[in-house]
Design a protein around this ligand. Structure first.
Ligand SMILES: CC(C)(COP(=O)(O)OP(=O)(O)OC[C@H]1O[C@@H](n2cnc3c(N)ncnc32)[C@H](O)[C@@H]1OP(=O)(O)O)[C@@H](O)C(=O)NCCC(=O)NCCS
Length: 178
């Protein structure tokens, strides 16, 4: 397990899936804002690729996030779009509602950066988030990500087009902070 100050990132267990479905993926607002695709309901037993880890896929690594204090499941995190030629990947994360706003998200980003830069030897990590997702923007910036641009009206979210912000960090920048 990868550990931060308050969170652990471990493999996805079968028992995690109904909790993540109920708390994250079947939430229409969260799903619509986070997925970049139309929300659809998921059965707890569904073999949905967002929930099932396929170790044969080289371009994505999925984690379940637990609280180190009590080992409780608090969310999901991943590195996706892993490009081993350009040594680049995207970060994704989502916490269950009761775990938000307590500093866990900032710690998850820190752990994903360590995994990306140290374990995987990547050179660049990227986050895309809606321009009004202040918690995600802050969690990224607290870890050294810089805003690189705005994709104007690039996301259709529940009846309106919204801007997305692209944030990036290079390995050399992360090393200087560590
Ligand atoms: C986005 C998310 C991962 C952030 O994790 P979190 O644990 O809630 O965030 P943290 O508690 O680490 O807070 C990070 C910063 O944002 C601030 N913040 C937290 N919630 C906030 C909110 N609702 N509005 C504004 N700022 C907020 C915190 O004060 C903190 O700033 P600081 O370091 O300057 O004090 C989490 O809220 C979440 O899962 N949201 C729903 C799914 C989602 O949006 N995923 C990202 C898709 S790109």
């Amino acid at each position: 397990m990868l550990t931060g100050t308050t969170v652990g990132l471990r493999a996805r267990y079968e028992d995690d899936i109904p909790i993540l479905v109920a708390e994250l993926y079947n939430d229409v607002v969260n799903g619509s804002r986070a997925e970049g695709s139309p929300w659809r309901p998921i059965r707890p037993s569904a073999r949905d690729p967002r929930l099932i880890t396929d170790e044969s896929k080289e371009d994505v690594v999925a984690f379940s996030v637990v609280s180190l204090a009590d080992d409780a499941l608090i969310g999901s995190a991943n590195l996706w779009g892993i490009d081993t030629h350009n040594r680049f990947a995207h970060l994704g994360l989502g916490l269950i509602p009761s775990a938000r706003g307590s500093g866990y998200g900032t710690d998850v980003v820190a752990v994903l950066c360590r995994y990306g830069f140290v374990v995987r030897g990547l050179n660049r990590l990227q986050i895309e988030t809606l321009a009004d997702n202040h918690a995600m923007l802050r969690a990224a910036e607290r870890n050294g990500f810089v805003r690189e641009g705005v994709l104007r009206r690039s996301a259709w979210v529940l009846g309106e087009f919204m801007d997305e912000v692209v944030l990036g960090m290079l390995q050399e920048e992360w090393m200087r902070r560590s």
